[in-house]
Design a protein around this ligand. Structure first.
Ligand SMILES: [Zn+2]
Length: 441
């Protein structure tokens, strides 16, 4: 067997151990992992002192193509993820337009992604009030699950489901053996609180945060879990922002419900004090929480209470964040941060002294196993040669190294303790921070 190349002497993060090893790659797959692999005439990449993690899997991004490519797009979005060590993403059914709520809209997205994506991808389908009859054909076409909103989606073409539509949708998704991902915030509570704030002319970031309190997340989570008991539908809660919700979801898991949760990197790295520096670029829903809540969420990651970490990368055109044209409540809520999930988890791991195997689990192995993605998420013989190559050295985020379409980001000026030096997807180098790490076969 002629190998394509060998990654030499890196610190390799396998599922249950970290070793200094060589990795042999052939036809986009890992074919051997050993302390020393000798093969004459095979190109070698020297990675002594570098960490090799499985390519990260981001289960929650919004690339908004087709329809809203001026917000991000598949090409820029996938290159950005590659620069962040990711090799696979699951694109949300909104804010592309048409949203992915039937087979033609899914096919359109598939065609565009084949042409444009730098790394691997899967798609979420949408559950909206009028598309229950479409769910089966979407499942057959391979969506990894369905996404629904029980709060306002903020995107007109993607309607949120009322309680009855949610129950009916969950019954059908359960029948199809799929997972429903939910944005869980009580629409009634957030509507009421926001309208009071706006009527009083209270339009500061702090007011926005107070209009989306933790109790709104808790109520929606409890309601959805009750519906899961009734329908048998498997649930995945996206962007959980509060320890209270984490505890409730873990309690349901212990009772035997098929349920998982993610939090996002920004809830671990930032808090509501960051509005001062970043203003509207720190706006998201649920909002950034108090510093004490951030610390509790970090502790819960360390305790293994959070299944995996995503970015919820959801940028927009600069115009939609322009506070000279709209108030803080009206501005787009979404974080431009898909490039920084793996680095954020590494930062948390360093702070809490977590092993690198935990980083691999939170960023790759757990999402792959939750969504049955074969051959991905682990550094193991037979798996895809998907790698994030990391160096332990400070990396200050600056506009020049932000790869998303727009450069305004909450992460600007954040200093990470690690940096991504290269990324490989199915054996192919899809990112290199400097020329000395690029190699040709
Ligand atoms: Zn999202």
């Amino acid at each position: 067997m002629t190998l394509d190349y060998i990654l030499k002497g890196g610190t390799v993060v396998e599922p249950h151990q970290v070793t200094v090893s060589d990795i042999a790659v052939k036809d986009g797959k890992i074919v051997q992992i050993a302390s020393e692999i000798l093969a004459e005439g095979v190109p070698a990449v020297e990675l002594e002192g570098k960490i090799i993690l499985p390519g990260a899997i981001d289960a929650h991004v919004h690339f908004n193509e087709p329809g809203n490519v001026e917000w991000e797009g598949i090409e820029t979005g996938s290159r950005m993820l590659a620069a962040g060590g990711a090799t696979l993403y699951f694109d949300m059914p909104l804010n592309s337009n048409p949203p992915t709520i039937d087979v033609p809209s899914l096919e359109l997205k598939e065609q565009l992604s084949v042409e444009k994506s730098a790394i691997d991808y899967r798609f979420w389908g949408g559950l909206v009030p009028e598309n229950i009859s479409e769910l089966e054909s979407l499942a057959e076409r391979g969506v990894i699950g369905f996404k629904a909103f029980i709060s306002n989606s903020g995107f007109e073409p993607f309607k949120s489901v009322d309680n009855l539509a949610l129950l009916n949708g969950m019954k059908e998704i359960s029948r199809l053996g799929k997972i429903l991902a939910l944005h869980a915030e009580s629409d009634e509570m957030t509507e009421l609180l926001a309208s009071q704030k706006i009527a009083n002319g209270q339009l500061e970031p702090k007011d926005y945060c107070e209009s989306r309190p933790i109790i709104a997340e808790v109520e929606a989570v409890q309601r959805a879990l009750a519906y899961a008991e009734v329908t048998g539908c498997a649930l995945h809660f996206v962007h959980i922002s509060s320890p209270e919700a984490v505890h409730i979801i873990n309690g349901a898991k212990e009772r035997g419900l098929n349920v998982t949760l993610e939090t996002c990197a920004h809830y671990l790295i930032f808090n509501d004090e960051d509005f001062e520096e970043h203003g509207v670029h720190a706006k998201c829903a649920p909002p950034l929480r108090a510093k004490s809540v951030q610390q509790e969420m970090i502790d819960l990651v360390a305790e293994g209470k959070i299944d995996f970490i995503t970015s919820d990368h959801s940028p927009c055109s600069p115009e939609l964040k322009d506070l000279t044209k709209r108030n803080f409540f009206e501005a787009w809520g979404g974080i431009n941060g898909g490039q920084f999930t793996l680095l954020s988890v590494l930062e948390v791991a360093k702070e809490k002294e977590l092993p690198l195997t935990v980083v691999a689990k939170l960023t790759a192995e757990a999402p792959a196993s939750r969504f049955d993605i074969e051959g991905k998420g682990r550094i193991e013989v037979g798996y895809d040669a998907d790698f994030a190559i990391i160096e332990e050295s400070p990396y200050l985020v600056a506009k020049e190294t932000i790869f998303s379409k727009h450069k305004d980001s909450l992460y600007e000026n954040h200093k990470f303790p690690y940096k991504i030096v290269a990324t490989y997807c199915k054996g192919k180098q899809v990112f290199a921070a400097s020329a000395d790490l690029s190699h040709s076969k």
